[in-house]
Write a protein that binds this ligand. Structure first.
Ligand code: WTA
Length: 655
C-alpha cells in the first residue's frame, strides 16, 4: 500500500499509514501484529495481563489470582505486593538508567532543572521521610495543590512510596473547590507552593490554601508543606505550615518503598459528573501501574533516547498517567513545562521542543486550535525535526486541526495517536498504535489490546456500523477505577446502571456517544450526559448551576454547552433572578466572576442570559435540549409537547 498524501485524497477516504521506517523500529510493527495481540487478549484477558505484569513490573510478592470480578467491583493481581514508586525509580537504579534524565523541567520564566533517576529517587526518599516525620502514615490521604514544578512529581511519588494516597487538585481550582475536595478526601496534610507561574502572572496557591483551611473548615488537615517557588510573601501559620526546603534538607535519603497490596488505594482524583458534587475517582496500585506502563510503552512507542513531553497539568489524570507514572515506570525521560503559550511568548511550546529535542509530543485539540489561530509562522520559525510522534487527548479532534497538526507540526512524517480515555479508565483505551494502525483524521481508531469496547443502545444491544450509540466497555481492565471515594453506590449508579447486564456481563458506561465505521474505527462524538468539555476541561453543568444559585441575585440557573471554535464547547448560563434583582451587564460580569471564585476560572461562563423563566416539563424538569439549541442559535426542533408553558420558549427565543 502506498502512502496517500493529503492533497490527493477525498475527505471520507483519508487514511494515513505509519511510515515504513517508523513501523520497523516500533514496539508493535504492523496491523497484523496488533491484531494478534488484540485477539490473544480478547481470548483470555487474564492470561494476557498476567503475562505482562510478570514481564514488565517488579513485584515484592506475586498475586494469587489475576482477577476477582464481583460486578461492578474488580480486583486485579489479588494479594500481589507492589510499589509504583519502586517501579518508577528504584528498579532503574541498578541499570544504565541510573544517571539518565528522568525529569526535565522548564519553568515559565526560563529557569530549568534536570533530575536523573538517581537524583529523583533521592529527592523522593527524602520527601517521603518528611511526610513520615509529620505523622503521615500508610492509608492517610494527602492533598497536593501545586504548580507544574518537579516537586509536584516528587510529592506524588513520595506519597506512593509510603502508601499515602494522594489527591492532586488542579492549581486553577478556587479555594472553595479545593476545600470541598480536601474535606471529602479527609486529607491529613496539604502540599503546595508559595505560588506558581502562569501566563506571566503568579498564581497565589498558598493564599488559596489558607482560604480553604480558614475557620477550621477542613479540620482533617493538620499540616501544610510549602515549596518556595515564586518567593513572594506568604503567611506561614506556626505549627501548621512548614517550608519544604527546611524539612527536606535534614531528611534522610533512606526510605525503602513500602510493599503495598495490589489493591491498596494509590490516589483519588476528583472529576465532574452529571450530579452536583465532583466525585473522587479511586485508583489502586498494581492494575494502574501495569495499565499506565503498557499503554505508555506501546502507544508512545518510547525509545531509550527519547525525550517525551506531555503538556497536561499534573492536576488532571493525563498528568498522573502520562507525565509521571507511565513514563517513569518505563524508565523514560519525561519533560514537564510550567508555562502556557501567552501573549509575551506564543511560540513557547516550539521553543521547548527545539531546546530539548523533544521526540514525542502529546497535547490537546483545544491547544492545537489555539496554535492554528496564532499562526504557523511560529512553529515554522523553530526546528521541530526531532519530533517523530504526536498525540492528542481530551476531546474529539476536528479533522482540520488534525491535518494542521500533521502537516505543520509533524511535517507529514509523524504518526498521530488520537487517544480516547477518561479519568475513570486510568489510561488510554482507544487509540492507534503508531507503527501499526493506519489513522483517519478525527477517529481514535481501535481499542488497545485487552480492551473490549462496543457501541450499544440503552438495552446493551450492539448497533450497526456507522449508527450512533453509547460507548461501552464489556470486560474489566487493570487500570479501571475501583469506586467513587466514600460512595460505592454512586459508582454503581453512574457507570453500571445505564445499560443492563448482557448475558450476565456488566457493561461499563463511559458517558460518551460514538459510532464505529465499517472498518471498526471508533469516532467519539462527545458526552451524552450533563458534562461539558470546555478547552479539554471536564465540567458538570450542575456544579456551575449550584455556583450560580449560591449568588443572592439568582433564583434559578440552567447551564448548557454551545459549540466553540477554540474551546470545543463554551458555557452558556440561563439565569432567572430573585424578585428585587435587576438584569444588567454589571450583574452578568459579577455572576461570571462569582462562578470563577466558586469553582475556578476554567468554569467561568462565556455567556449569561437572563430569562423570566426556564423551559420546564410538567414534572418540573428543565428541558436542556431546548436550551442547548437556543444557546447555539439553532432552530428549536423535536418534541416540545411536554413543555409546561410554551410562551417561555417564545420569550427566550426573542432574547
Ligand atoms: C473526552 C481525559 C474524543 C470524552 C483523559 C471523555 C475524548 C472525557 C478524547 C474524559 C478523544 C477524552 N476523543 N473525546 N481522544 N479524550 N475525551 O476524565 O468525552 O478529563 O469522556 O479524561 O473527555 O475527560 P477526562
Amino acid at each position: 500500500m502506498s502512502q496517500p498524501t493529503i492533497e490527493s485524497i477525498l475527505h471520507e477516504e483519508r487514511l494515513f499509514h505509519p511510515p515504513a521506517e517508523f513501523s520497523q523500529q516500533a514496539q508493535i510493527k504492523s496491523l497484523e501484529e496488533y491484531q494478534q495481540l488484540y485477539d490473544k487478549a480478547k481470548a483470555d484477558p487474564q492470561a494476557f495481563w498476567a503475562e505482562l505484569a510478570e514481564q514488565e513490573l517488579h513485584w515484592f510478592q506475586k498475586w494469587d489470582r489475576v482477577m476477582d470480578w464481583q460486578p461492578p467491583f474488580v480486583k486485579w493481581f489479588v494479594n500481589g505486593k507492589i510499589n509504583i514508586s519502586y517501579n518508577c525509580l528504584d528498579r532503574h537504579l541498578t541499570t544504565w538508567r541510573r544517571n539518565k534524565a528522568a525529569l526535565i523541567w522548564e519553568g515559565e520564566p526560563g529557569d530549568s532543572r534536570t533530575l536523573t533517576y538517581a537524583q529523583l529517587h533521592r529527592e523522593v526518599c527524602q520527601f517521603a521521610n518528611v511526610l513520615k516525620q509529620l505523622g503521615v502514615k500508610k492509608g492517610d490521604r494527602v492533598g497536593i495543590y501545586m504548580p507544574m514544578i518537579p516537586e509536584a512529581a516528587i510529592a506524588m511519588l513520595a506519597c506512593a512510596r509510603i502508601g499515602a494516597p494522594h489527591s492532586v487538585v488542579f492549581g486553577g481550582f478556587s479555594a472553595e473547590a479545593l476545600r470541598d475536595r480536601l474535606v471529602d478526601a479527609e486529607a491529613k496534610l496539604v502540599i503546595t507552593a508559595d505560588g506558581g507561574w502562569r501566563k506571566d502572572a503568579i498564581v497565589p496557591l498558598k493564599d488559596q490554601v489558607d482560604k480553604a483551611l480558614a475557620n477550621n473548615s477542613a479540620p482533617s488537615v493538620k499540616n501544610v508543606l510549602v515549596v518556595q517557588r515564586t518567593k513572594q510573601t506568604v503567611q506561614m501559620e506556626p505549627g501548621r505550615d512548614h517550608w519544604w526546603h527546611d524539612l527536606q534538607q535534614g531528611a534522610s535519603a533512606d526510605c525503602p518503598a513500602e510493599p503495598m497490596d495490589s489493591e491498596d488505594m494509590l490516589f483519588i482524583l476528583y472529576t465532574s459528573g452529571s450530579t452536583g458534587k465532583p466525585k473522587g475517582v479511586v485508583h489502586t496500585t498494581g492494575g494502574y501501574n501495569l495499565y499506565t506502563h503498557m499503554t505508555t510503552k506501546w502507544i508512545f512507542d518510547l525509545r531509550d533516547t527519547d525525550v517525551y513531553w506531555c503538556t497536561a497539568d499534573v492536576g488532571w489524570i493525563t498528568g498522573h498517567s502520562y507525565i509521571v507514572y507511565g513514563p517513569l515506570s518505563n524508565g523514560a525521560t519525561t519533560l514537564m513545562y510550567e508555562g502556557a503559550p501567552r501573549a509575551s511568548n506564543p511560540g513557547c511550546f516550539w521553543d521547548v521542543i527545539e531546546k530539548y529535542g523533544v521526540n514525542v509530543f502529546y497535547t490537546a485539540p483545544t491547544a492545537i486550535r489555539a496554535f492554528i489561530k496564532m499562526g504557523e509562522h511560529l512553529p515554522k520559525a523553530r526546528n521541530l525535526s526531532s519530533l517523530r510522534l504526536l498525540g492528542t487527548v481530551g476531546e474529539p479532534i476536528n479533522p482540520e486541526a488534525w491535518m494542521w497538526y500533521y502537516r505543520i507540526i509533524g511535517n507529514k512524517r509523524c504518526p498521530i495517536v488520537d487517544t480516547w480515555w477518561q479519568t475513570e479508565t486510568g489510561g488510554i483505551m482507544i487509540t492507534a498504535l503508531p507503527g501499526a494502525i493506519p489513522t483517519k483524521p478525527g477517529s481514535a481508531t481501535l481499542p488497545f489490546p485487552g480492551i473490549l469496547a462496543e457501541i450499544v443502545d440503552l438495552d446493551g444491544n450492539p448497533v450497526n456500523a456507522n449508527d450512533g450509540g453509547y460507548l461501552a466497555i464489556t470486560h474489566p481492565w487493570p487500570g479501571m477505577m475501583r469506586t467513587v471515594y466514600g460512595d460505592p453506590d454512586r459508582f454503581r449508579r453512574t457507570y453500571w446502571e445505564h445499560i443492563p447486564p448482557r448475558n450476565g456481563q456488566s457493561l461499563y458506561f463511559a458517558g460518551d456517544g460514538a459510532r464505529q465505521d465499517e472498518d471498526g474505527y471508533f469516532w467519539v462524538m462527545g458526552r451524552v450526559d450533563d458534562v461539558i468539555n470546555v478547552a479539554g476541561h471536564r465540567l458538570g453543568t450542575m456544579e456551575i448551576e449550584s455556583a450560580l444559585v449560591s449568588h443572592p441575585a439568582v433564583a434559578e440557573a440552567a447551564v448548557v454547552g454551545k459549540p466553540d471554535e477554540l474551546k470545543g464547547q463554551d458555557i452558556v448560563a440561563f439565569v432567572t433572578l430573585e424578585g428585587n434583582a435587576s438584569a444588567s451587564d454589571e450583574l452578568k460580569n459579577e455572576l461570571k466572576k462569582h462562578v470563577a471564585n466558586e469553582i475556578g476560572a476554567i468554569a467561568r461562563p462565556g455567556e449569561i442570559r437572563f430569562a423570566d423563566a426556564l423551559p420546564k416539563t410538567r414534572s418540573g424538569k428543565i428541558m436542556r435540549r431546548l436550551l442547548r439549541s437556543l444557546a447555539s442559535g439553532e432552530e428549536v426542533s423535536g418534541d416540545t409537547s411536554t413543555l409546561e408553558d410554551r410562551s417561555v420558549l417564545e420569550k427566550l427565543r426573542e432574547g
